[in-house]
Every structure is written in C-alpha cells, then in structure tokens.
Design a protein around this ligand. Structure first.
Ligand SMILES: [Zn+2]
Length: 76
C-alpha cells in the first residue's frame, strides 16, 4: 500500500460515502485527530488519523490553492 499524502484544506474522497450521499470531505483541522467536513451537508466529524488514513480513498484537488490554476494556458 502506498502512503497517501494529504494536507489541510485538501478535499478527499472516502471509501464510504456520507449518509447524505456526498463522498467528498474537506480537511478542516489537522492534528492527532483530523476534522473533516462533508462538502455536501457541511457536517463535520473528528476522527483519529489512523482511521482517516484507512478510510481515505483518494485525495482530490485542493480547492483553496489557486496558484496552480493561475498558470493555465487555456485561459487566454
Ligand atoms: Zn454529508
């Protein structure tokens, strides 16, 4: 298993979707425990890092990091 990398404000996809039907969570707090917020219903949960890593399916784009988009040549 490769180790997944994630950081604060990353939007991640979990293995199990949230009861509201959304499968995207935003990392809003990092520490020994990680607080993630459901993108769909804004519900936030605090889970241990180990459990988070186990349930993490993949890391999606970081929506708050705009500098990568700035150099996009298609926007001319
Ligand atoms: Zn939800």
């Amino acid at each position: 298993m490769e180790r997944k990398q994630f950081e604060l404000w990353d939007v991640v996809q979990m293995k199990k979707p949230h009861p509201c039907g959304t499968n995207e969570m935003e990392i809003i707090r990092m520490g020994m425990d990680i607080r993630i917020k459901c993108v769909g219903c804004q519900h936030s949960v605090l889970i241990p890092r180990s459990k988070f890593e186990k349930n993490l399916k993949k890391v999606l784009r970081n929506t708050k990091r705009q500098d990568e988009v700035a150099g996009d040549p298609t926007n001319s």
